[in-house]
Ligand binder design. Structure first.
Ligand code: SF4
Length: 290
């Protein structure tokens, strides 16, 4: 026991101080590499060790225009959703103006991103989660989860939902939800008046009380707008272009240039390294065009 106490007295102050330093270096991230404190642990698509372990890495964001890299940023987060605003701001700072249009895949479709793009007057062709699945289900005439909140009829004039039994669900209030980035979303709540004895109850909800549905009306509007844009002839053309535009750039860098791992460590050095790669890629494109 005395031995353990002595060990703790000797090592704990140093370990606590070391831990504090790690916490500071990590900031708002939930992981960090000790060998490169700027790198965050991520699951790699291309796993050279073939063991599906998390590895320290950086999240490269690139905007392309006709297969030329127009802008790049390095993010330290694993999710793409939280990188769009910073990347677009970086583009605006570099070019002195916002892009006229922006096409991105479903990883970027969020309330915060749609709102930002709308505020910046950028014509957005950005998919949201389940966009393709929804299209497929519509094509096949499938109605999945017919009791889900988004399948319920909503009356805009009276601000009332109607449950599958036709019972009005009135607004019982709202609350503010904060996302990981601090963005605030207003969530409205609607409650059925009497679920007691309803024959559909087992299919409708699991709650002991009357059913409550929550809706983010702003997101519903933004998703409807995104869907309309994505399904328009212009939207279809932009979605097709995304494949041969940006994906071809990543293909060239990874496979033709064989650049699959950063050789340097630290955010600044990694930024420089990818900058050189981007320049090489663009110069190669120019030389091929001449
Ligand atoms: S369980 Fe409640 S909310 Fe669901 S259908 Fe019946 S009355 Fe409506």
């Amino acid at each position: 026991m005395k031995q353990k106490l002595n060990y703790a007295k000797k090592h704990w102050p140093g370990n606590i101080a070391k831990n504090k330093t790690y916490q500071q270096q990590m900031g708002s991230r939930n992981s960090m590499s000790k060998t490169d404190p700027d790198a965050t642990f991520m699951r790699m698509k291309e796993d050279h060790m073939l063991n599906r372990q998390l590895k320290p890495g950086y999240n490269l964001q690139a905007s392309t225009n006709n297969q030329f890299i127009a802008n790049y940023t390095i993010a330290q987060t694993t999710a793409n959703t939280t990188t769009l605003i910073e990347h677009t701001e970086d583009f605006i700072e570099g070019y002195g103006k916002a892009p006229q249009t922006l096409t991105a895949d479903a990883g970027y479709g969020s309330d915060e991103n749609y709102t930002y793009l709308e505020d910046q007057n950028i014509e957005a062709f950005v998919k949201y989660n389940y966009f393709h699945k929804g299209q497929l289900d519509e094509k096949r005439g499938k109605i999945k989860k017919p009791f889900a909140a988004d399948k319920l009829f909503y009356n805009h004039h009276t601000d009332t939902y109607y449950c599958p039994m036709g019972q009005p669900m009135e607004n019982i209030g709202s609350y503010i939800r904060q996302t990981a980035t601090g963005y605030e979303q207003k969530i409205d709540r609607y409650q059925a008046k009497n679920c007691c004895g309803c024959q559909l109850r087992s299919l409708c909800h699991q709650s002991k009380y009357n059913r409550i549905v929550e809706r983010n009306h702003k997101l519903v509007r933004l998703k409807a707008k995104a869907k309309q844009k994505l399904l328009s002839p212009e939207g279809v053309a932009h979605r097709k272009q995304r494949f041969w535009d940006v994906e071809a750039v990543f293909g060239n860098i990874k496979h033709n240039m064989n650049f699959k791992r950063f050789m340097l460590r630290g955010l600044d050095k990694v930024n420089t390294e990818i900058g050189l790669i981007a320049m090489a890629h663009n110069l190669k494109k120019v030389s091929l065009a001449i």
